[in-house]
Design a protein around this ligand. Structure first.
Ligand code: SIN
Length: 492
């Protein structure tokens, strides 16, 4: 049996420069395994002072990192990528122990995260600038890209490994140094990644890590003038606060916030493919992803048939400890998450929704929850306004394409949307009408390192992954060179 404490990647400390450290006042927070509710370890509960120290170290060490060639950084990032892949299974086990998802999913998350490091290792070598044809004789206009400097990185608990690599891969490739605050529930995956980064040769002080109270650490990261950029994945409410706090020093921000993904099944869809797509979109990580289907719109003519197929697929899900053979659904992260799911279900039922299966806490106890389907859900129910973040599939019925698109867009969120149709004209119409940053057409998984991940509306600012992800960590500098002394005529 895997024992997290015997892993060589396990450490109950923060990383500041080349030191593994405790909080100045020695206080700690306990970390529990959500499947067993057992305490698996502690991490320091640091405050503003230690965070400021980490920022200072990142600033000093970061200068040397920024001065290295893109090729050198590329080599070290590629090495880090290889070490992660070599240790994928153990990193997956650490992830399961602190977060709860099934081992197969955890191992895939580690590889998914590593793919961003590999991608950005390569993209970092292509941070091209421009020479712009000048309208002024004897001059040249040069545009270059430079690392923004120290980056504050705040990570959620639902993807404790991949969300770090996605941000840090880009930051390091761009030549930035980082201070990372992992979620207070899931710090060990982050610590393990830092250990491997240093084993790969990334110098201490480039990746610093602080654990503790999110508000205190977040305040320091968002207001300290040395931090030039803040990258956050989490709720829209917290994202708004971060944006507000970052305004005091006009930091660059990347915010990957909440979603409320519509999943539309048109009558001309391949229903088996749509069920497969929905299962992976809805039930991955027990429904705790910001891109998971939150509102499922099914056209009236195929509603009953689709529901019957979905019910069969959901019956095959196996809730259980992520380490147990065959389990496909881990526990929810904590009691608060279960209470929210219960509230959403009750609200849908109170408004006339019909419970098809599930609907309550699982007999395994703790925070395990039965995979749930509710049909005949009414517009106005809670999932119309907010993410459920749990294993609940609410089915709405619609008559026309126009109605489906209107309902899908009727939210302040705009991260991802999915739809299934075999009508090419409809595919074109609907994909351009949906107000979201990411659209999945006839597919339920849209995440990969080469595509731009991010939302519109209140789902965020900026993009992660892809060639666009690197720009989030670069400043553009324009230099006007004059090769011959002359008076440039004023045009304004
Ligand atoms: C998230 O839920 O925050 C990210 C999901 C993904 O990258 O697929």
């Amino acid at each position: 049996m895997f024992e997290i404490k015997s892993s060589r990647f396990f450490e109950e400390k923060c990383r500041i420069g080349d030191k593994w450290c405790d909080a100045d006042d020695s206080s700690v927070i306990e970390i529990t395994n959500p499947a067993t509710q057992q305490v698996i370890g502690t991490v320091p509960k640091v405050g503003a002072r230690e965070t400021a120290r980490a920022i200072e170290v990142a600033s000093v060490q970061g200068k040397e990192w920024a001065s290295r060639t893109a090729k050198e950084r590329h080599g070290l990032l590629k090495k880090w990528f290889s070490l992660i892949i070599d240790n994928q299974d153990e990193l997956g086990q650490i992830l399961v122990t602190e977060q709860g998802k099934p081992l197969a999913e955890a191992v895939k998350e580690v590889a998914y995260g590593a793919s961003f490091i590999e991608w950005f290792a390569e993209e970092g070598r292509r941070a091209y600038g421009d020479i712009i044809p000048s309208g002024i004789p004897n001059t040249e206009i040069r545009v270059t890209k430079e690392p923004v400097g120290v980056v504050g990185i705040i990570i959620p608990w639902n993807f404790p490994s991949a969300m770090i690599s996605r941000k840090v891969g880009a930051a390091l490739a761009a030549g930035c140094s980082c201070v990372i605050k992992p979620a207070e529930l899931t710090p060990y995956s982050a610590i393990a990644l830092i250990k491997l980064a240093e084993e790969a040769g990334i110098p201490p002080g480039i990746l610093n890590l602080v654990t503790g109270d999110p508000q205190v650490i977040g305040k320091e990261l968002t207001t300290n003038p040395i931090v030039k950029k803040l990258s956050f994945t989490g709720s829209t409410a917290v994202g708004k606060l971060i944006m507000q706090q970052c305004s005091s020093t006009v930091k660059k921000v990347s915010l990957e916030l909440g979603g409320n993904a519509p999943f539309i099944v048109f009558e001309d869809a391949d229903l088996d493919a749509a069920v497969d797509g929905l299962m992976v979109s809805k039930f991955r990580n027990s429904g705790q992803t910001c891109v998971c289907a939150n509102r499922i719109f099914v056209q009236a003519a195929i509603y009953d048939k689709f529901l019957a197929k979905l019910k069969q697929a959901v019956a095959k899900l196996i809730p259980g400890d992520g380490m147990a053979d065959g389990s496909t659904q881990g526990p929810l992260i904590n009691e608060q998450a279960v209470v929210k799911v219960e509230k959403h279900i009750q609200d849908m039922l109170d408004r006339g929704g019909k419970l098809v299966c599930g609907g309550k806490r699982h007999e395994l106890g703790g925070t395990f929850f039965e995979p749930t389907i509710i049909s005949e859900v009414q517009i106005g129910s809670l999932p119309c306004h907010e993410e459920t973040f749990g294993p609940v599939a609410p089915l709405y019925k619609f008559a026309t394409e126009e109605e489906a698109v209107t309902m899908a867009n009727n939210t302040q969120y705009g991260l991802s949307a999915y739809f299934y149709s075999s009508d090419l004209e409809r595919v074109q119409r609907v994909s351009s009408s949906l107000e979201d940053g990411i659209i999945g057409v006839n597919c339920g998984i849209i995440s990969n390192e080469v595509s731009p991940f991010g939302g519109v509306k209140e789902s965020g600012i900026g993009r992660e992954g892809s060639k666009y992800g690197l720009d989030e960590y670069l400043n553009i500098k324009y230099t006007l060179f004059q090769y011959k002394a002359q008076n440039i005529k004023r045009r304004i």
